[in-house]
Write a protein that binds this ligand. Structure first.
Ligand SMILES: Cc1cc2nc3c(=O)[nH]c(=O)nc-3n(C[C@H](O)[C@H](O)[C@H](O)COP(=O)(O)OP(=O)(O)OC[C@H]3O[C@@H](n4cnc5c(N)ncnc54)[C@H](O)[C@@H]3O)c2cc1C
Length: 390
């Protein structure tokens, strides 16, 4: 891989940087999206920012122009994400732009692309991912939510859990069982569910960082029209693996992690001794080097995508490394701040407005979301290293 930007990419990077500096209000820095952030919500100022990005076609720069993207290269999309993370600019809804849209581009009918992609780009529809259930997380194919065909509809009954952003989504990527007799991977279908359908109930769950970020979702005889089936009936598992590959490739942003370490270094620099003692200096240096490694790993995923390849174990390596690093950064942050580290937003003495505490708490879930570290290690062992299952 060539680490330097090509002349075209360098001028694109400069253009993005200049645009962010000019157009983004200084006080509109995102909360820490580098770890598990789902992106812009209902905040009107963030929505304004989204509209500004949309006028440039930069909500999803690499999507084809015919669907409202800017038709840019994968590397330019990557550069765009890097610059957004460096500036801590609020980013478009990751579940819609990073997961739902790309999956629809790969597996959707022309009609589905025309219905859903423009609405994602304009920020009109937010998406959530209805995969996990109380009895199906790592072993996702065991899911029990049922979809039974009835005329031109399917009728859905069951429950999802840990559904990030469901409370503010208009659509869900929903996996449901459509054939109970088939082997478990072969009886699942993938639906593009309208969350406003009668019979859908969303109950918020509060996470460790006291944020209502995920939910339980219940389906009670919910009707989904056949046109909202994505891909073939009973072949939903293979559509879902596309979504998971996109998720693992993009869930952690190396530059976002590096930005966090830089902010931490600035914070420590400004504090009087003895906080900047030798051990902490070494620890901060380690985190900075590790963030650099996370960036290089994400380059590998991006260059594969640029060549039209679908990263699989490579995405697992990036996700595993980045999420465990996010936790190490959280621990270093709390150690650096000492007792102040436990102060939360609202306290006059909370370092970085309470964000250190938030980093620590939010990062806990990062090694679970998108597949646990054990599952990523299994993927790397079997598909990457060719090791046997047992
Ligand atoms: C912050 C957050 C956001 C999330 N958002 C979403 C979302 O938007 N949509 C969604 O569908 N889901 C979401 N999830 C759910 C997430 O995908 C699951 O929690 C995850 O896949 C693990 O499943 P589980 O919780 O059922 O744990 P289990 O699968 O029960 O795992 C329990 C433990 O057993 C280990 N284990 C299980 N199987 C194996 C194995 N084969 N080999 C080795 N170890 C194993 C696991 O690593 C884990 O330590 C989210 C989770 C979190 C924490």
């Amino acid at each position: 891989m060539e680490f330097r930007d090509s002349p075209t990419d360098a001028s694109f990077r400069a253009e993005v940087r200049e645009f962010i500096a000019r157009e983004m209000p200084d006080d509109l820095r995102a909360a820490d999206d580098a770890v598990l952030g789902v992106g812009i919500g209902e905040d009107e100022r963030e929505r304004d920012w989204l509209r500004k990005l949309a006028t440039r076609g930069w909500v999803a720069p690499a999507w084809p122009k015919e669907y409202g993207g800017a038709g840019m290269t994968v590397m330019q999309q990557f550069i765009f994400n890097e610059e957004m993370a460096r500036a801590r600019a609020p980013r478009p809804n990751f579940l819609a732009i990073g997961l739902a849209g790309p999956t629809i581009i790969v597996h959707g009918s022309e009609e589905q692309k025309r219905e859903h992609l423009p609405a994602i780009l304009s920020g009109e529809t937010f998406w959530c991912q209805g995969f996990s259930e109380p009895g199906a997380g790592s072993d996702l194919a065991s899911l029990q939510t049922r979809a039974v065909q009835d005329g031109d509809d399917f009728i859905i009954n069951g429950q999802k859990i840990w559904t990030s952003g469901a409370h503010r989504s208009q659509r869900m990527m929903l996996l449901a069982r459509t054939d109970t007799d088939a082997p478990k991977h072969k009886g699942i279908s993938y639906f593009l569910l309208n969350m406003q359908s009668p019979g859908v109930t969303v109950r918020p769950l509060t996470n460790l960082a006291d944020t209502p970020s995920f939910n339980e979702v219940f389906f009670d005889n919910v009707r989904v029209p056949k046109k909202d089936l994505l891909g073939e009936l009973n072949r939903g598992w293979y559509v879902a693996t596309t979504t998971l590959d996109f998720e693992r490739s993009g869930i952690i942003n190396g530059v976002g992690l590096q930005t966090m370490v830089r902010e931490l270094v600035d914070y420590v620099r400004e504090r009087p001794r003895p906080h900047a003692h030798e051990a902490l200096r070494h620890e901060l240096a380690d985190r900075m080097i590790e963030a650099e490694v996370a960036i290089v790993l994400s380059y590998r995923v991006a260059t594969m995508q640029a060549k039209g390849l679908i990263p699989n174990q490579e995405a697992s390596v990036t996700k595993l490394y980045g999420s465990e690093l996010a936790q190490r950064i959280g621990r270093t942050a709390i150690r650096a701040a000492g007792l102040y580290g436990a102060l939360t937003e609202g306290s006059a003495h909370a370092p970085l407005g309470g964000r250190l505490d938030a980093w620590y708490r939010i990062a806990v879930g990062s090694t679970i979301a998108g597949g646990t570290s054990e599952i990523q290690r299994g993927v790397i062992a079997q598909r990457g290293l060719g090791l046997p299952r047992e």
